[in-house]
Design a binder for this molecule. Structure first.
Ligand SMILES: [Mn+2]
Length: 434
């Protein structure tokens, strides 16, 4: 059982979900093992939807919900297999420890499904999300329809359950927020160790290794996504994860790394100067991004949409690009013409939760969604001048800066839960020495 979210809270979530599916039946599959090669698998990470509803930790599970029943299909106990891959709670454990009203081996899902779909008006199932299940579900529906003359009704609606579930996951409760704060604290420690290592001659991969080490040492499961440690031009590659180069004097190092704690992610970026001092044009670029982030954070709060926050950050970045001599003209016009996207090509924010790019709609009824208390998101402006960029001065080439924090929306505004990690120039420089 997860040490993270208490069992009573999981039961409350299930009850809320069950209430919303009404007379329907919902199928929520878990993750499967993915083969790395031959008989070796990639490390297993459970699907967040299943974790959210019941914390079941093992592969090949399928949860089925009706208004008043929670059925879990799981890998059964198997002493032979368990010797190789670990102990299983099994069918008994699913009921005793994970709150299932009923449990069966996953191998029985196919034969039991038609029996679950009879006289159910609505099936909540996400076609295509887990392709291995699609043919099983289709066949079960056909089977039920074959019996309609005998008086059994087949579902006449198929609805994606994630509309309900992801809406629930978008609003974090206090228990979840506590885990996310803990994730941010551990990431703080990781960033501190990493910042101290940003010295010429050290390598990107040893910094990555130190992040991993601190994350694990502090009880997290590890990075919530592959850590980005990009020095010099590598910082201009948005999802750089090779982390194979050596740090050199005069460079900046962009570190985008956050741990996952009890299935909740943090997502934090800082940009550090190699050898501990921001200098020259790199310092100017850094100040611009820092200002853009401060302006965006200032704007954020309940009732504000992520698009508005993005516009504020972008406006400051565009003004900065004018100051740097990269763009010429009126900031508003330049923004409208999207001239800046060559140097700022991503959005400023995304939802954060059990998944680093968490679930939840960004638009509601065609309009950008306003922030509400309990939502968690990032603010991460950046500027990137690639080594091969022709539309900027040579001295800017090979500079990439991003500054990213995690924010919880409160009644009054926003709480920046990663704010302890320094970002002001004097504070970063002092922190790297301490
Ligand atoms: Mn992010």
């Amino acid at each position: 059982m997860s040490a993270g979210v208490p069992a009573e809270l999981l039961a409350e979530r299930r009850a809320a979900f069950q209430e919303r599916i009404g007379e329907g039946i919902a199928i929520v599959p878990g993750a499967r093992l993915q083969t790395r090669s031959n008989d070796v698998d990639y490390p297993f990470r459970q699907n967040s939807d299943l974790l959210y509803l019941c914390a079941w930790p093992q592969p090949e599970a399928i949860a089925v919900f009706s208004k008043d029943r929670f059925i879990l299909f799981v890998q059964p106990r198997d002493p032979g297999a368990e010797t190789w891959t670990g102990r299983r709670p099994g069918v008994e454990g699913a009921c005793e420890r994970y709150g299932a009203d009923e449990a069966h081996p996953t191998a029985e899902f196919q034969e039991r499904l038609p029996g679950l779909l009879g006289d159910v008006p609505r099936l909540f199932y996400s076609l295509g999300a887990e392709p291995r299940l699609d043919p099983i579900v289709r066949e079960a529906l056909r089977e039920v329809r074959r019996h309609t003359r005998g008086g059994v009704r087949a579902p006449n609606e198929i609805v994606d359950p994630y509309g309900i579930l992801h809406e629930m996951r978008l609003y974090k409760d206090p228990a979840e927020l506590a885990l996310m704060r803990r994730a941010a604290e551990i990431s703080y420690e990781g960033h501190h160790e990493a910042a101290r290592l940003c010295r010429s001659g050290n390598t990107e991969y040893e910094i990555e290794a130190v992040l991993d080490w601190v994350f694990r040492k502090r009880g997290s499961t590890g990075p919530a996504y592959p850590s980005i440690v990009g020095s010099g031009d590598n910082a201009t590659i948005l999802h750089y994860t090779e982390n194979g180069d050596t740090l050199r004097e005069g460079q900046l190092v962009l570190i985008d790394a956050g741990c996952e704690y009890e299935a909740y992610a943090s997502d934090i970026t800082r940009t550090y100067p190699v050898d501990g001092r921001f200098e020259g044009i790199a310092r100017d670029v850094y100040e611009i991004v820092l200002r853009a982030q401060a302006d965006a954070i200032e704007k954020a709060g309940p009732g504000v949409a992520l698009t508005e926050i993005h516009d504020v950050a972008t406006r400051t970045l565009v003004r900065g690009l004018i100051e740097l001599g990269v763009l010429e003209g009126d900031a508003q016009e330049l923004m409208e013409q999207e001239n800046h996207t060559r140097f700022y090509m991503h959005r400023t924010s995304h939802w954060l939760g059990m998944d680093v790019h968490d679930v939840g709609e960004y638009h509601v009824e065609g309009k950008p969604r306003a922030l509400e208390p309990g939502m968690v998101f990032t603010i991460e402006p950046g500027l990137y001048f690639g080594a091969e960029e022709s539309k900027c001065a040579e001295k800017l080439r090979g500079i990439g800066v991003r500054i990213e924090d995690d924010l919880v929306v409160t009644e009054a505004g926003c709480d920046v839960i990663s704010k302890n990690i320094p970002k002001r120039i004097d504070e970063v420089e002092a922190w790297m020495r301490s």
